[in-house]
Design a protein around this ligand. Structure first.
Ligand SMILES: Cc1ncc(COP(=O)(O)O)c(C=O)c1O
Length: 398
């Protein structure tokens, strides 16, 4: 017996790579602050839990493969309120955005085809590509200009005759960049001229700071047939554990492919879908309140990072991640050391080493990704651990 080459090729997600080390530290009595993973501590609106109380006891049948009507209607209304014209028939419910991305890549890319994305990119895109034998191509974005989308010529250099799609996270995990209309237009031009799908992952759409205006790929004209819009309630309603996402497209052939893939896994959890559809009744005041909380956290972590000698950092415009460069040679070694060998009063910090977010791991070797998903007091504690940790780690290595 053997495990397939396909799975052997899949790397551990960079976000969870150090989990066994953290577990061991916890077993040894350390308290760990988790800034390594984007799991928000914000409470899910009550309406979600209330809906479970009203469930009728009895049989629990499969939901339709494409998702329950109420939720597809709710997602459609949410989009239309934001000038994104998708009818319920254009929307399929998935087990989180993760399944939506897996299905989208599966549907558009054959063995050995290429998908283009930014560098750095959301690390789990690569685990999907590796599972499906799809190759990753990237165009670089740089902390020097806030990780902007580069000029058209640079994007085009990543296109080959094997390219089938451009996959973009906006606002971006891991950098916190949010793309302007001009940047989106550049992506669209390259996609149109090279006949590529655009897979737009907009799960952080609600998290935009400083009064910036978010523009969805779904609002743009001329790309309707090539756009695949990926979404989720994991971040929008802080409901990561619900595992509810969606995929939307006007491309009939693509949606027919989705039909096949979704029927092959039968259905998404019925009760979670009912509860998720209730979440979409939340009003703008909910989003405003949550947004203010994240903005305040963004400001705190940015200010605190700026106080640490040798740290370079860009202010995120959206999402809830920040990607500082640290005064270390190997951020994975440092992250491991923080868990294994450092604490302040029994407390330490878990960060995500940035290498796994880059096509060439060397590019992120002195960077980490931090998720500002804890409250301001905890973030301040974390930044003290980081500052003192860096001091001790570097004096130890001198
Ligand atoms: C950019 C991006 N896309 C997709 C996902 C997966 O979301 P879900 O929990 O809906 O599977 C994440 C999770 O962190 C993410 O950051």
């Amino acid at each position: 017996m053997k495990i397939s080459q396909r799975v052997q090729r899949v790397e551990y997600s960079a976000i969870r790579k150090l989990t066994p080390v953290a577990k061991k530290a916890e077993e040894n009595g350390k308290k760990i602050y988790h800034l390594n993973i984007g799991a928000p501590d914000i409470e899910v609106p009550d309406i979600y839990f209330e809906s479970f109380k009203n469930v009728k006891k009895g049989a629990l049948p499969y939901a339709p493969s494409e998702g329950i009507k109420e939720l597809r209607n709710a997602v459609s209304k949410y989009y239309n309120d934001r000038n994104i014209k998708y009818s319920p028939e254009d929307i399929i419910i998935t087990s989180g955005a993760s399944e939506a991305i897996l299905f989208a890549v599966e549907a558009v890319a054959d063995y050995d085809d290429e998908i283009i994305t930014t560098d750095p990119f959301y690390t789990n895109y690569n685990t999907v590509f590796q599972q499906l034998n799809v190759n990753i191509e990237t165009f670089k974005t740089s902390p020097k200009d806030g990780f902007k989308i580069p000029d058209k010529e640079t994007i085009e250099k990543s296109v080959t005759d094997k390219s089938v799609a451009i996959l973009i996270s906006n606002p971006t995990n891991p950098t916190g960049a949010m793309y302007s209309r001009e940047e989106l237009d550049r992506i669209c031009e390259v996609a149109i001229e090279n006949n590529l799908f655009i897979i737009a992952d907009e799960v952080y759409r609600e998290f935009i700071y400083d009064g910036n205006e978010f523009i969805s790929f779904g609002e743009l004209e001329g790309i309707e047939d090539r756009l695949i819009l990926v979404d989720s309630i994991s971040k929008r309603f802080a409901a990561c554990g619900a595992r509810i996402g969606s995929i939307a497209s006007k491309n009939k052939e693509f949606m027919a492919a989705m039909d096949k893939l979704t029927t092959s896994r039968l259905a998404v959890a019925t009760l979670e879908q009912i509860a998720a559809s209730k979440l979409y009744e939340e009003t703008d005041s909910y989003f405003k309140r949550v947004n203010e909380e994240y903005k305040s956290r963004r400001d705190t972590i940015y200010e605190e990072l700026n106080k640490i000698p040798g740290v370079q950092v860009e202010k995120p415009k959206g999402a809830f991640y920040i990607m500082p460069t640290l005064p270390v040679k190997d951020s994975e070694d440092f992250a491991k050391w923080l868990l294994e060998s450092f604490d302040i009063d029994g407390e330490t910090l878990m960060v995500a080493p940035a290498s796994g977010f880059f096509k060439n791991p060397e590019d992120g070797k002195n960077m980490v990704r931090l998720a500002f998903v804890l409250d301001n007091d905890k973030i301040k504690k974390c930044m003290r651990i980081l500052r003192e940790g860096l001091k001790e780690y570097n004096s130890r290595n001198e």
